[in-house]
Design a protein around this ligand. Structure first.
Ligand SMILES: *Cc1c(COP(=O)(O)O)cnc(C)c1O
Length: 398
C-alpha cells in the first residue's frame, strides 16, 4: 500500500485547484489567507517589497479586481490615474475616508440634505471627536467662498448631487475649483448618478464615494461601498491602512456580486433615465400633484447644472401630493407594481415616503426647510416596461 496521510488529515487539507484553462469569469476567492511558497517570499510580501496577497481583510483577487474596474469606470475617458478601495458598505467607505482625512479642530462643510446615515455619522461619530460640522446650500457658490475665506479650519467639502429627495444639483467643477483654491479636500457621494451619468473626477473632485448597494450592483442582492481617489498614493497608503485597521473591508462574495452587476451598468442606466423622464413628464400632467422634482425637467431649479455635468438625469425622482401626509401614505399603500422598500437603484421600481420613513427622525421644521414635505413621495424608477409603472401610478393616484 502507498504511504499516505491519515483520513482526518486528508479531510483537513484543502482540495487542489485543478485548473487547466483560465476561467472566463472572475472567481470568488473565498479564502481568508494566502500561502507563501517560501519564508523568503512571505517576508518580502509582508515588507511590501513583493506584490502578493496575504489576508483577505487586506483584499484578495476578487475584491481587488472589482475595485480596479470601478476605478477605471470612474476615470474613463479622462487622464486621471484613479485608485479605488472596496468596503463593506457605503457607510464604511464614507467613515473610513472621513476618519482618515479629518482631525480634531477641522471643520467639514456639507449640505443638510445628504444621506441620513451620513448626517448621523457626522453628528454621532465625528463631532464627538472634535470635528466641527457646518451645513449650507453648496449651490450658493458666493456664500461657500465667503466661508472658505473666513475660516481656515474648513478642511473638507462634502456633497451629493443630485441630492435626496428633491434632487438638488451641486455644480461640481465650481466646487472643485473652490476646494483647490482654498486647499480643501472635495468629496462627492456619486451613488445616485454612477460613473455612467457623471464623473466627479473629471470635474476635478478629489474623492468619489458610492454605495455600490444601489446602482452599481443594481440587483438589490449585496451591500458594499467604494472609494475612488485621484491621488493613488493616498488611497493605497494611509487610507488603505485605515481600512485594514478599522476592518471596513468588503468580502469576496459581495465584491463578486457587485462586479456581476457592473457588467450591465450602462444599459441599465440608459433605461433608468428613459423611464424616469417619462414618469416625471407623466406626473407633471396629473391633477393632485403640486410639484415633480426631477433634474431632467426644465422646471427643475437645477436643470441647467444637471444638463451641463450629467450625461442623463438618472432614475431618481420625487413628487409632492396636494393632500399632504394622508395622501402621501395612502399613495404609497395603494401602489402595487412599485414596491415599498427603503433602498434605490434596483432594476425594479421602488417607492418610499420620506416623511414617515427615511426622514422620520428629522424634526418637521427641518424637514420642511429641505423641501421634504409630508406629501412627498420618492420613486426609484426601474428598468421595466414603462407602461406598467405609469399604470400603477395612475391607479394609485385615482
Ligand atoms: C444608501 C446610501 C449610502 C449608504 O450606503 P450603504 O451601502 O447602505 O452603507 C450613502 N449615500 C447614499 C447617497 C446612499 O443612497
Amino acid at each position: 500500500m502507498k504511504k499516505t496521510i491519515g483520513f482526518d488529515s486528508l479531510c483537513a487539507k484543502e482540495s487542489q485547484e485543478i485548473r487547466t484553462t483560465k476561467p472566463h469569469q472572475l472567481p470568488i476567492y473565498a479564502t481568508s489567507s494566502f500561502e507563501f511558497a517560501s519564508l523568503e517570499e512571505g517576508i518580502a510580501i509582508f515588507k511590501g517589497e513583493q506584490k502578493g496577497d496575504i489576508y483577505s481583510r487586506f483584499g484578495n483577487p476578487t475584491i481587488d479586481g472589482v475595485a480596479e474596474k470601478i476605478a477605471q469606470l470612474a476615470a474613463h475617458g479622462t487622464d486621471v490615474e484613479a485608485a479605488a478601495l472596496l468596503f463593506s458598505s457605503g457607510m464604511a467607505a464614507i467613515s473610513t475616508l472621513l476618519l482618515s482625512e479629518l482631525h480634531p479642530g477641522d471643520t467639514i462643510l456639507t449640505q443638510g440634505n445628504i444621506y441620513g446615515g451620513t448626517t448621523m455619522l457626522l453628528y454621532q461619530v465625528l463631532e464627538p471627536l472634535g470635528i466641527r460640522i457646518e451645513t449650507m446650500d453648496l449651490r450658493k457658490l458666493n456664500q461657500v467662498e465667503e466661508r472658505l475665506k473666513q475660516d481656515n479650519n474648513i478642511k473638507l467639502l462634502y456633497f451629493e448631487t443630485p441630492a435626496n429627495p428633491t434632487m438638488e444639483c451641486v455644480p461640481m467643477a465650481a466646487i472643485a475649483q473652490l476646494a483647490e483654491q482654498y486647499q480643501c479636500i472635495s468629496v462627492a457621494d456619486n451613488t445616485f448618478s454612477t460613473p455612467y451619468l457623471q464623473q466627479p473626477l473629471r470635474a476635478g473632485i478629489d474623492y468619489v464615494i458610492h454605495s455600490t448597494t444601489k446602482y452599481l450592483n443594481g440587483h438589490g442582492n449585496s451591500v458594499a461601498g467604494v472609494l475612488i481617489g485621484r491621488d493613488k498614493e493616498r488611497i493605497q497608503g494611509p487610507i488603505f491602512s485605515k481600512l485594514k485597521l478599522l476592518g471596513t473591508n468588503c468580502n469576496a462574495w459581495d465584491a463578486w456580486l457587485t462586479g456581476n452587476g457592473l457588467r450591465t451598468l450602462g444599459l441599465r442606466m440608459q433605461r433608468h433615465c428613459e423611464n424616469a423622464q417619462a414618469v416625471a413628464e407623466f406626473l407633471q400632467t396629473r391633477p393632485g400633484i403640486v410639484q415633480v422634482n426631477y433634474p431632467g425637467l426644465p422646471s427643475h431649479p437645477d436643470y441647467a447644472v444637471a444638463k451641463k455635468q450629467m450625461r442623463g438625469f438618472g432614475g431618481m425622482l420625487s413628487f409632492e401630493l396636494a393632500g399632504g401626509l394622508a395622501a402621501g401614505m395612502q399613495f404609497v399603500e395603494r401602489s402595487q407594481f412599485c414596491k415599498l422598500a427603503p433602498t434605490l437603484g434596483d432594476v425594479d421600481t421602488l417607492i418610499m415616503h420620506p416623511a414617515s420613513m427615511s426622514h422620520s427622525k428629522i424634526k418637521p421644521e427641518v424637514r420642511r426647510q429641505y423641501g421634504i414635505t409630508d406629501g412627498l413621495v420618492r420613486l426609484s424608477i426601474g428598468i421595466e416596461n414603462v407602461e406598467d409603472i405609469l399604470e400603477d401610478l395612475e391607479q394609485a393616484l385615482a
